[in-house]
Design a protein around this ligand. Structure first.
Ligand code: P6P
Length: 311
């Protein structure tokens, strides 16, 4: 009998003191919202929700209709379950205080939205803290993502390793398909947008990428963080979104992209660095702040940091 997400969470309740009934309910609500989002994503072309919403979000990025829809679905779920005290969304400028007590949730409702209209995998990323998201990522209680790909999968950590669930279209349940996700010690893939090579602020990074080419690594870059991180988690290697002259702190946001992904990667036995320190040790200063991201197998991340230290 396949293990559902709900029964898995209740099993963890007995093993992890911070996994309370409230956290189980909150994570189930997030899961329910992602099932609804998956339904919209898979029918987007038929619902007239492809294309731009004709707005620009707090990041200065053009909002896609599906971004907005996913954001509304998640906000509604989290508000109605009554287990969230504050909610931070990539699509909302300020942190929403929705109740006196509960968990603090940060999410990117639909990451990789530039790929929506070309039917490439996109995803939802979420991070759960005790009472405020403005704390180092190492204090997260739970983090995960859902990738809307050939199958819809939720990859989750509660701080005791990484598990993955696959959405069963027949039952509508997330069923445990990967009881233990472990990053290979070393891979053969690097993932970075090399079009920006001349803008990277680190010469050491350029030399690292040339070194990997010499080691016969292959390049895989989807342009959806969820897809690139998912492949890295399962195949090994390294994913990098570095600082460059245009994005001096990189492009990816700390609270709802870098930090949850770093928690997953470290829990799966890998490393996740800004290039100067572990991402999970960054103390947030601004809600939508960005950080450079170097994450993946230990061997490649450590090698990258070595090249960058040499300058
Ligand atoms: P670039 C998608 O817009 C996103 O925020 C991440 O999902 C992805 O990793 C990154 O931007 C891609 O950025 O500059 O390579 O197109």
């Amino acid at each position: 009998m396949a293990v559902t997400l709900t029964s898995y969470l209740f099993q963890q309740k007995g093993e992890l003191p911070h996994v309370t009934d409230e956290l189980v309910l909150l994570l189930n609500e997030i899961a329910a919202a992602t099932k609804e989002i998956a339904g919209k994503v898979r029918k987007a072309g038929l619902l007239g929700v492809l294309g731009s919403a004709g707005k620009v979000n707090v990041q200065g990025e053009e909002v896609q209709k599906l971004d907005e829809l996913a954001n509304e679905i998640l906000l509604e779920s989290l508000k109605s379950c009554g287990k969230a005290c504050q909610i931070t969304s990539e699509e909302v400028e300020d942190c929403l205080v929705v109740s006196e007590s509960g968990y603090a949730v940060a999410f990117d409702p639909l990451d990789g939205s530039s790929n929506i209209d070309v039917n490439v995998s996109i995803g939802t990323i979420f991070s759960v803290h005790k009472d405020s998201v403005m704390k180092p990522g190492r204090e997260q209680l739970a983090a995960g993502y859902v990738i809307y790909g050939p199958s819809t999968m939720m990859v989750l950590t509660l701080g005791n390793g990484v598990v993955a669930f696959t959405l069963d279209p027949e039952s509508g349940n997330y069923l445990l398909s990967h009881p233990e996700v472990k990053l290979p010690e070393k891979g053969k893939i690097y993932s970075i947008n090399e079009a920006n090579r001349d803008k990277w602020t680190s010469d050491g990074l350029r030399r690292f990428i040339d070194f990997l080419k010499g080691e016969k690594y292959t390049l895989r870059y989807v342009g959806s963080m969820v897809a690139d991180v998912h492949r890295t988690l399962f195949k090994g290697g390294v994913f990098i979104y570095p600082a460059d002259r245009k994005n001096t702190s990189g492009k990816l946001r700390l609270l709802y992209e870098a930090s949850p992904m770093a928690f997953l990667v470290e829990q799966a036995g890998g490393l996740a660095s800004t290039g100067e320190k572990p991402i999970l040790d960054v103390v947030p200063e601004k809600l939508h702040q960005r950080v450079p991201v170097i994450l993946g197998s230990r061997w490649e991340v450590e090698k990258c940091l070595e090249f960058m230290r040499e300058g």
